[in-house]
Design a protein around this ligand. Structure first.
Ligand code: HEM
Length: 418
């Protein structure tokens, strides 16, 4: 028997672990049979804050429209995740002092502080630095026959860049990566409060020690900047960097890993890529983002009763924006389950969201993916998975926790035979 609406709970970590990756087949059923579907809270609550039920939006048009309608679907009302923080003053306070938990017009002012540093033109100016760092990462990989790709390779460039743009001294990079990874691991952390506290302390120290520097880093822009004629509070500054500490590296790391995995699983597409690496790489990256978006969802809260596709979403309920499902919507993408690096409209994907919260790091993410993957496939075109990868089994991230690779399978095979 095929899957039916209700067979999978999208807030259940057990269900996600069982599926082992993005629940594409289940979402296809929802798109077809119940495009606005009530997903109840999971039977076992694995979070540290109560999980709530939500309306799953699986069609591209609905995800797109709701993302662009912050008046009726707010990021400020409640958490943008599948938890309820309304009655928790600390959690709701933290949520609302970060960019992702604000609505316009407040959101617009805060976003303006950072936007100038992240425009495509500014990122283009950073490109020589990104290329040089990407070459170092691949140099280290090329010196080895075998490596664990996700953390030993794919994690490197996003963290180097995040530290550079934020203003984190390079010598604190390892420590920052360790703490930020623990925080991104919110669903599985044993002692999440302690982990959050560690990140707050780290960022607080950083703001105190680096924030006064008058340079072009995000730290300096946020600590010296003003919104509506007033400086930002320490909480606002720290909360912004908490968001960035999760959003700014985990996503790009996973896209790099998904790219290598998908090329391994689709040798015909890899051959097409290698025929014209520079020409085809940008669209191949868009297709990887469409096919395997690293962020599966964010939520919004209805500020009034709203009808979507004949279903009334009551005021106060959450809607779940499924980027995974929108990216496979057959109304927008022909034969959506086919991985096709030449797909003409691949970049219409919603992996970066859309509307006022559209990912601020999209340009820097695209540039670093292009730099590191160009270098990787130029130098190591034979890179292949050494054994099956381990998916994270998360409700939120479509992530890979481990992916051993062989850099040059022929050489490794010879080595083994000897
Ligand atoms: C492949 C890489 C990435 C993906 C797929 C991604 C995806 C997303 C998504 C889905 C959102 C939320 C959109 C919404 O709520 O409508 C978002 C927001 C955000 N991202 Fe990214 N992201 C990536 C890389 C980055 C990087 C490298 C940075 C920073 C250097 C970054 C910074 C942010 C920030 C600050 C926000 C909040 C924007 C706002 O609320 O106005 N992201 N991203």
């Amino acid at each position: 028997m095929g899957l039916r609406p209700g067979d999978v709970n999208l807030a259940s970590q057990a269900d996600m672990a069982r599926i082992g990756g993005a629940p594409v087949e289940y979402l296809e059923v929802l798109r077809r049979e119940a495009p606005v579907w009530w997903n109840p809270p999971p039977a076992v609550d694995h979070m540290h804050i109560p999980c709530v039920g939500f309306w799953v939006l699986s069609r591209y048009a609905d995800v797109d429209a709701v993302s662009k309608d912050p008046g009726r679907f707010s990021a400020w009302e409640n958490s943008v995740l599948w938890v309820d923080v309304k009655e928790n003053p600390i959690a709701i306070g933290a949520q609302r002092s970060g960019l992702m938990g604000m609505d316009p017009p407040q959101h617009t002012g805060y976003r303006r502080l950072l936007q100038p540093g992240l425009t495509p033109r500014r990122i283009a100016a950073l490109e020589p630095f990104i290329e040089a760092e990407a070459a170092k990462v691949i140099d280290e990989l090329a010196a080895r026959d075998r490596a664990e790709f996700v953390f030993e390779v794919a994690a490197e460039l996003p963290m180097i860049l995040l530290c550079q743009m934020m203003g984190v001294p390079q010598e604190l990079r390892r420590e920052y990566l360790r703490i930020a990874n623990n925080v991104a691991n919110v669903e599985f952390a044993e002692n999440f409060e302690h982990t959050m506290f560690e990140l707050y302390l780290f960022l607080d120290d950083l703001v105190k020690n680096q924030g006064d520097l008058d340079d072009d880093t995000m730290l300096s822009r946020y600590t010296r900047g003003e919104v509506d004629g007033r400086s930002l509070t320490a909480d606002e500054i720290t909360q912004f960097f908490v968001t960035l500490s999760i959003a700014g590296h985990e996503t790009t790391r996973n896209t790099t890993a998904h790219f290598v995995r998908l090329m391994d699983e689709h040798p015909d597409q890899k051959a097409l890529l290698l025929e014209d690496l520079d020409g085809r790489l940008p669209n191949a990256i868009e297709e990887v983002l469409r096919f395997s978006p690293p962020v599966m969802q964010f939520c919004r809260t209805a500020t009034e009763d709203v009808d979507i596709g004949g279903v009334t979403i009551p005021k106060g309920d959450k809607v779940y924006l499924s980027y995974v499902s929108a990216n496979r919507d057959e109304e927008v993408f022909d034969d959506p389950n086919r991985f096709d690096i030449l797909r003409p409209n691949a970049s219409a994907h919603l992996a970066f969201g859309t509307g006022p919260h559209f990912c601020l790091g999209a340009s820097v993410a695209r540039t670093q993916l292009r730099c590191v993957l160009a270098e990787l496939y130029r130098r190591l075109p034979d890179i292949t998975l050494a054994e099956p990868y381990t998916p994270m089994g998360s409700v939120w991230f479509n992530a890979i926790t481990e992916m051993p690779v062989l850099t040059c399978p022929h050489a490794a095979a010879v080595g083994t035979a000897q």
